[in-house]
Ligand binder design. Structure first.
Ligand SMILES: Cc1ncc(COP(=O)(O)O)c(C=O)c1O
Length: 434
């Protein structure tokens, strides 16, 4: 059979679960990638400003990462976590060196963000001897039973899911749509302070952990105000809870200038999880915990594919590229250029209700009217089509499906930021006219 865009789409319909979501009216079948660009099966090139959901952190098929993965493939592919390997320990040493907590830390490697979070919560329960967990509304922690039970977005919740008990949902620090109808900074951090009442009234007063993303990714890059975690985390700790920072999206320089999202907020996690951009696309999950917490995990921990030597090698190479190419700095500088450009677009287009984010993790939220803030998912879909037509890939998100997520690889240049902003401006013009 000859493969083309049409046959790929037909085969997807025929063979894959129908609830596997794809972007665009006609799913886009991609075949290859290089740096900031991907090509579809018909040879059309796209400037990629979503990086496989913030996973391609140093550009598609970065030669140093490819070389490391290929060399490891020739040497040793798999042993499981039953056997320590040199790449695993080399990566562990590097990650522990970069840790955002002062105290010594230990790590466990898995294959995905879901597994990293499941491990973190199991460990927190074991370490504290407590069961209850506080998460944020609009949270996304993955697709295991526990992670689905912490889901803060109805679209990803299976209707017949039997839930893990003891999970409470705190108000998200979603300033654009404040649950309390307040305005930052006069709000006095009401959403963070409400954690105290949530814990006192809906738990037995003590919790295992407060788990939160520094920026809520799937939630549409909801960016908490800078004081949020300084208020929320001590409340959780006073109730005996650990703070688990879910850095699946926000780690490795994504938020600009710092390795971890949580460092932007001046707080330390007790446990931290990551995945996505860590190995530039190879499957990986990281759970890191302060050593005394990690030492309390007494259940036998094993992962067949965890700490895959290939993923370990790719991650070591990715972190090296981030350091050698000074990508924390680039993420900060290019993030600023992107943010300035998006704010200029907001001045031109009334439909852009909010611009938010940090570093190279920026979103715009599209509304029918700036006064009512009524979401406009239709317009968002038109805009997605219009950007695709112009050869620009961006992401979508948010509970209302009206946030556009813009997160290019951290190797992005100023010229590419300017190109993306120009294409986005043209696409906004077209989508608004319809
Ligand atoms: C913040 C966050 N945590 C966890 C996950 C789950 O990661 P994975 O899809 O690798 O299981 C995601 C995925 O998007 C995420 O954004």
């Amino acid at each position: 059979m000859e493969w083309n865009a049409e046959t790929v789409r037909r085969k997807q319909k025929e063979l894959l679960f129908p609830n596997v979501g794809t972007y665009y009216e006609q799913a886009l079948a991609l075949e290859s990638g290089k740096g900031m660009f991907v090509k579809d099966v018909e040879g059309r090139e796209y400037l990629d400003f979503f990086g496989g959901i913030l996973t391609v952190s140093v550009g598609h098929c970065h030669p140093a990462v490819t070389e490391a993965a290929v060399a490891q493939q020739r040497k040793l592919v798999h042993v499981s976590t039953l056997y320590p390997t040199l790449p695993q320990l080399e990566l562990a040493e590097k990650v522990v060196e970069l840790r955002p907590m002062k105290e010594r830390a230990k790590v466990f490697f898995t294959n995905s963000g879901t597994e990293a979070n499941e491990t973190a919560v199991a460990l927190a329960k074991e370490a504290t001897g407590r069961q209850e967990l506080v998460v944020l509304r609009h949270n996304y922690a993955g697709r295991g039973t526990l992670a689905l039970s912490t889901m803060g977005n109805k679209h990803y919740r299976p209707r017949t899911q039997s839930e893990v008990p003891g999970i409470r949902f705190a108000h998200a620090p979603y300033c654009y749509r404040c649950d309390f109808g307040l305005k930052y900074p006069d709000c006095g951090m009401a959403c963070a302070k409400d954690l105290k009442s949530l814990i006192e009234t809906t738990t037995d007063g003590e919790i295992a952990a407060f788990m939160a993303e520094p920026i809520l990714g799937v939630g549409g890059f909801i960016t908490p105000p800078k004081e949020y975690f300084e208020v929320a985390v001590p409340i959780a700790r006073n109730a005996g809870g650990l703070f688990i920072a879910d850095e699946v999206q926000t780690a490795w320089g994504r938020t600009g200038g710092k390795w971890w999202g949580v460092q932007q907020y001046g707080v330390e996690p007790d446990v931290l999880t990551s995945a996505k951009g860590m190995a530039n696309g190879q499957p990986i999950g990281l759970t890191m915990a302060k050593a005394p917490v990690a030492d309390k995990g007494t259940f036998a921990n094993i992962s067949t594919f965890g700490a895959s030597p290939i993923s370990m090698a790719a991650a070591i190479a990715t972190l090296k590229v981030i350091e050698e190419e000074k990508l924390l700095f680039n993420s900060q500088m290019m993030g600023k250029a992107l943010r300035d450009g998006l704010e200029s677009l907001q001045e031109r287009f009334q439909g852009i209700g909010d611009v938010r984010g940090m570093g190279l993790m920026q979103a715009i939220e599209l509304v029918k009217d700036r006064g009512t803030k009524e979401p406009d998912p239709q317009w968002t879909n038109r805009l997605m089509e219009a950007t695709r037509k112009r050869g620009l890939l961006i992401g979508k998100g948010g509970l209302y499906g009206n946030s556009l997520r813009i997160a290019p690889a951290m190797v992005v240049s100023k010229g590419q930021i300017d190109d993306a902003l120009r294409l986005l401006g043209e696409a906004l013009g077209e989508a608004l006219k319809q």
